[in-house]
Each structure stands twice: as C-alpha cells, then as structure tokens.
Design a protein around this ligand. Structure first.
Ligand SMILES: Cc1cc2nc3c(=O)[nH]c(=O)nc-3n(C[C@H](O)[C@H](O)[C@H](O)COP(=O)(O)OP(=O)(O)OC[C@H]3O[C@@H](n4cnc5c(N)ncnc54)[C@H](O)[C@@H]3O)c2cc1C
Length: 158
C-alpha cells in the first residue's frame, strides 16, 4: 500500500476530492494564496468536493493531531488559509449554489467567489452585500462584509 492509499483509507474510502502531497504539481498551485508573501507548506492538502469530504478531513486531522487551515477564496492577507506542516482543508472547489427566487434566499457553498455568486443571483434579479469579485464568500462573510450594498442592507454577515 502506498502512503497515498493509507491516507485515503484513513480519510475514508469515499473521499471524493483530491489529496495533494508536497511534490505534486497541483500541491504547489493549491497552497498559493492571494498574498504572494505567504509561503507555507502543509503536510497535505485535502481538496474537498462535498460536506462528507470536509467531515472526513476534520476527523482525520483530529485523530492525527494535525493543525488545520481552511481555505475559501484565499484572500485573507495574513494567509490563515494555509499552514505549515498541518492539514489544509481546501474548499475552493465547492461551488454549488441554490437560489430560491420566491423566498429571495441563496444557499451557497464556501468555494464561491463573489463574482461567481453574483453571476448566479443576478439571473433572478437578486443581490446581497458582497465584496471584491475575487474574494471568497465564506471568509468575507465570516470576517469582513463591506460592500456597495452595505448602506442599504447592512454588512454581509449581519
Ligand atoms: C483584493 C482584496 C479585496 C478585498 N475586498 C474586500 C471587500 O470588498 N469587502 C470586504 O469586506 N473585505 C474585502 N477583503 C477582505 C476579505 O474579505 C478577507 O480577506 C476575507 O477573509 C477573505 O475571505 P476568503 O474566503 O477569500 O479568504 P480565505 O483566506 O480563504 O479565508 C479567510 C479566513 O476565513 C477562514 N475560512 C474560510 N472559509 C471558511 C469556512 N468555510 N469555514 C470556516 N472558516 C473559513 C479561513 O480559514 C481564514 O481564516 C478583500 C481582500 C483582498 C485581498
């Protein structure tokens, strides 16, 4: 059994995303964040495709006592989306969104950027307070929330 197989087994055989290791080409891209001064090297990166993948990754980190970093859009200036040595849980591929035009609500996954979110809501003539088009909806909602519609509707995470 290769070390990849062992980790995938430990994460659960149903893990649908990708496990990236130092040395993989995709690993080098996935560990980059918006702030080019951040140069951290996680022990491995779990690129999740769904909630079950996230649950498996969190359990794996807990059982192996690994530090965890969570990546949404990767725009946090301090680079909190990526850690040295631990497990980086990369949510940037999770881009599902469901809009209920009658209720005027959106349920959106954490890998969406604001440009992607706005594109979908605008199909229905809807919008909410959001930030710069390249920022992630998750990190901005959790820790920012300033945008053009703020004066009318308040901050994103209100
Ligand atoms: C070019 C640029 C433009 C910006 N414009 C604006 C703006 O217009 N308005 C504004 O309010 N802010 C703005 N910001 C600040 C931005 O909102 C924050 O940096 C925000 O944290 C970015 O979120 P992210 O998902 O892209 O980043 P990430 O670095 O991926 O995540 C930010 C933090 O949230 C955590 N996190 C991400 N997703 C999750 C999750 N699903 N569950 C738990 N934790 C999670 C990460 O671990 C990290 O600590 C801007 C930043 C930049 C660099």
């Amino acid at each position: 059994m290769t070390i990849d197989d062992a980790v995938i087994l430990a994460l659960g055989t149903g893990f649908t995303g990708a496990i990236l290791w130092p040395g993989d080409d995709a690993y080098e891209d996935a560990r980059k964040v918006h702030n080019g001064m951040i140069d951290r090297r996680p022990a491995l990166i779990a690129r999740c495709l769904g909630t079950a993948d996230v649950v498996a990754a969190v359990n794996f980190a807990r059982e192996n006592e690994l530090d965890v970093a969570v990546r949404g859009g990767g725009h946090n200036v301090a680079g909190n989306a990526v850690c040295d040595d631990g497990l980086m849980i990369d949510l940037s591929l999770m881009k599902g969104i469901h809009i209920d035009p009658d209720a005027r609500t959106a349920q959106a996954q954490p890998g969406l950027t604001w440009a992607e979110f706005n594109r979908e809501t605008q199909v229905h003539g809807l919008a909410t307070t959001g930030g710069c088009s390249t920022t992630g909806i998750a990190g901005l909602t959790l820790g920012g929330g300033l945008g053009w519609l703020m004066g009318k509707y308040g901050m994103t995470g209100r």
